[in-house]
Design a binder for this molecule. Structure first.
Ligand code: HGY
Ligand code: MN
Ligand code: MN
Length: 419
């Protein structure tokens, strides 16, 4: 294949940068679940899909779904996608790049039909920013959006159910979002969001597994009091307790190879300079490739929170927002990706993903696999997140090889869909 993908790669990057301007904030990109900018995304991405002969729809949780038909009616399909939502002050490529590359691959077919259709999915929510629980979009495709989840409320007391209604969607139609049983597999292109590929000088990575993760919210409850009149030995300072625990979180993670643990959010109540904190809320994000190491480490951090609270005369409670085991990618599809990377003239590198992705949810119902693009500087979840033009061109070339390989693979086409 001598096709030059650099022009298409330029368009992909320009489109990602355009979508990054759709934000809830004047400065910086923030696009949370079913926020107004997500509607702008839907409109813009649909404009790119429709001229390619794709039928476009928005499902009941706000996933954008574009279907490029296969060569024959009733042909099975593959899914290629990623998420449209973002973290606060995000970069322009996390999630979005996977959706725009998918559309670019359909465009590169130039009307050619394959033995399978291609459904491009832009998930409405993967990061978990608004409701604290991630993967709402992809959970809908595997039938895991239940009443308990729909009742979950955001900081303004709006439930997921209400947010869906406010967006003009019908939560009673969520079951229709579930993947049909003609799906052969799910592929996701995503930036690595870390330093590995750059350190190896590789443009593309082949994801073998996605590490498991827990996300929890801890609340240390002490006694609010006057900062000027309360002697140090009579305090039950909830923020000081949380701070001691946060250092314990970091210390434990530093000592456990491959473990990462992060307290990304802390809130002190009542939150005044001259008031000793009565209640301190802290989140925990803990991840490891081994489910055993991750769960044992979490148990230890819970034990340490309880002992710090007891010693300081406080109480501590916690609730789990996510408990997600590590997920292996489909071996056959991963092998096909490796071949396609080689055909694109790149040395493939097999690796685990420290970031969570929709692929780990889709893998519950269909074979899933991922292709990483190098993250310059290893930076992500920040406006300086970027991609190299040549790497995007290589990803598109790899994607084309992959589609052609799958179209010619009796093993792949003969798979019974387990959706
Ligand atoms: O946090 C993550 O793993 C990803 O950015 N959703
Ligand atoms: Mn992210
Ligand atoms: Mn992402």
């Amino acid at each position: 294949m001598t096709e030059d993908f650099s022009k298409l790669a330029e368009e992909v990057i320009a489109r990602c940068r355009k979508l990054a301007t759709f934000s809830e904030d004047a400065g910086g990109t923030r696009r949370t679940f079913l926020s107004a900018p997500l509607r702008d995304c839907h409109r813009e991405v649909s404009l790119w899909m429709k001229p390619l002969g794709m039928t476009v729809s928005v499902d009941a949780v706000g996933n954008l779904r574009g279907i490029y038909p296969g060569a024959s009616p009733g042909a099975p399909r593959i899914l290629i996608g990623s998420h449209l939502d973002s973290v606060p002050n995000a970069g322009a490529f996390d999630g979005i790049l996977g959706v725009v590359i998918a559309i670019g691959l359909v465009e590169s077919l130039d009307g050619q039909k394959l033995p399978f259709g291609i459904e491009v999915v832009g998930f409405s929510e993967e990061e978990g920013v608004r409701f604290g629980v991630p993967f709402i979009g992809s959970r809908a495709l595997v039938g895991r959006v239940d009443e308990e989840l729909l009742r979950r409320k955001d900081a303004n007391g709006i439930s997921i159910r209400k947010a869906i209604q406010d967006f003009g969607l019908n939560p009673n139609e969520i079951s229709r979002a579930v993947l049909s049983d003609d799906c052969l597999g799910y592929f996701e292109f995503h930036i690595e969001q870390g330093p590995v590929l750059e350190s190896l000088g590789r443009p593309l990575g082949v994801v073998e597994a996605i590490v498991g993760q827990n996300r929890l919210e801890f609340v240390f409850s002490g006694q609010a009091n006057h900062a000027g009149t309360t002697p140090m030995n009579l305090r039950h300072d909830a923020l000081a307790a949380a701070a001691e625990w946060i250092v314990a979180v970091e210390t434990l993670a530093q000592r456990a190879p491959g473990l990462v643990a992060t307290v990304g959010f802390v809130e002190a109540k009542p939150g005044a300079t001259n008031v000793i904190t009565g209640a301190a809320r802290a989140t925990l994000d803990i991840r490891h490739a081994s489910d055993r190491v991750r769960t044992e480490s979490l148990d230890e951090l819970i034990r340490q929170a309880e002992s710090i609270a007891a010693r300081r005369g406080l109480t501590v409670t916690w609730k789990t927002l996510l408990a997600q085991n590590a997920v292996a990618m489909d071996p056959f599809m991963t092998e096909q990706i490796e071949k396609a990377v080689q055909k694109s003239g790149c040395e493939p590198h097999r690796m685990a993903s420290g970031a969570g992705h929709d692929a780990m949810i889709l893998a519950e119902k269909v074979p899933a696999a991922m292709i990483f693009l190098r993250s310059p500087g290893g930076i992500s979840h920040d406006p300086s997140e970027s991609v190299h033009l040549d790497d995007v061109a290589k990803a598109l070339e790899c994607g084309r090889h992959l589609l052609m390989q799958l179209a010619a693979s009796r093993e792949f086409l003969g798979r019974t869909c387990r959706a």
